[in-house]
Design a protein around this ligand. Structure first.
Ligand SMILES: Cc1cc2nc3c(=O)[nH]c(=O)nc-3n(C[C@H](O)[C@H](O)[C@H](O)COP(=O)(O)O)c2cc1C
Length: 173
């Protein structure tokens, strides 16, 4: 039974340690379905998702990020933007902003879906883009935005604190 959305939002954590246990393809497909139901500017859906399970490719992604735990995950979903698709409709705002926001929304959907299904994951944004392009042989129109290592968690992550709302919210009445 899936948890309530607010509970999942609150309990989701970045997990950086994974058990070797594989993830069933049906679960991966469920996450990808969640991804594509994210909102996107003009509903352009300017994204592509690479599901990486090959050990050598995962090792290359981990090296591109300088983060070894990426290779430990049984699956790494590489969420990519198609900037020129957005630019064709929205110009530079599409190229530089909307397509990245669209991918970010899709990634957050996957993180929440993963958490609700008992899977562990981590948003990895720090990587050498060119190295990821090479690792996956991406065509020039595809920009890798997020690496999402995914699996069954090998640790219980502690929730990092949040700024209080009083610091981050301004009410304009
Ligand atoms: C844009 C972005 C980039 C991130 N890049 C990395 C990363 O490269 N490596 C990593 O371990 N975590 C990365 N994170 C995860 C954050 O460190 C994490 O979300 C934050 O510390 C809050 O912890 P929580 O996700 O458990 O709430 C990234 C998160 C975001 C949104």
């Amino acid at each position: 039974m899936a948890k309530e959305v607010l509970e999942v939002i609150r309990q989701r954590r970045s997990v950086r340690s994974f058990l070797p246990q594989p993830v069933a393809p049906e679960l991966i497909m469920t996450l990808l379905e969640a991804a594509v139901w994210a909102p996107s500017a003009g509903n352009l859906q300017p994204w592509q998702f690479y599901v990486v399970r090959a050990p050598e490719a995962k090792a290359k992604l981990a090296r591109a990020a300088g983060q070894a735990f990426v290779a430990q995950a049984p699956v790494v979903i590489v969420a990519c933007a198609l900037p020129e698709q957005s630019a064709a409709v929205y110009g530079s705002r599409g190229r530089l902003l909307y397509c990245l926001q669209d991918v970010a929304a899709a990634v957050q959907n996957m993180l929440l879906a993963a958490s609700s299904l008992g899977l562990a994951a981590c948003w990895v944004g720090a990587f050498r883009e060119e190295a990821v392009v090479q690792a996956l042989n991406l065509p020039p129109e595809v920009r890798p935005v997020v690496l999402l290592p995914l699996g069954y968690g090998g640790e219980t992550a502690v929730a990092p604190p949040r700024h209080p709302l009083s610091r981050v919210v301004q009410w304009v009445d």
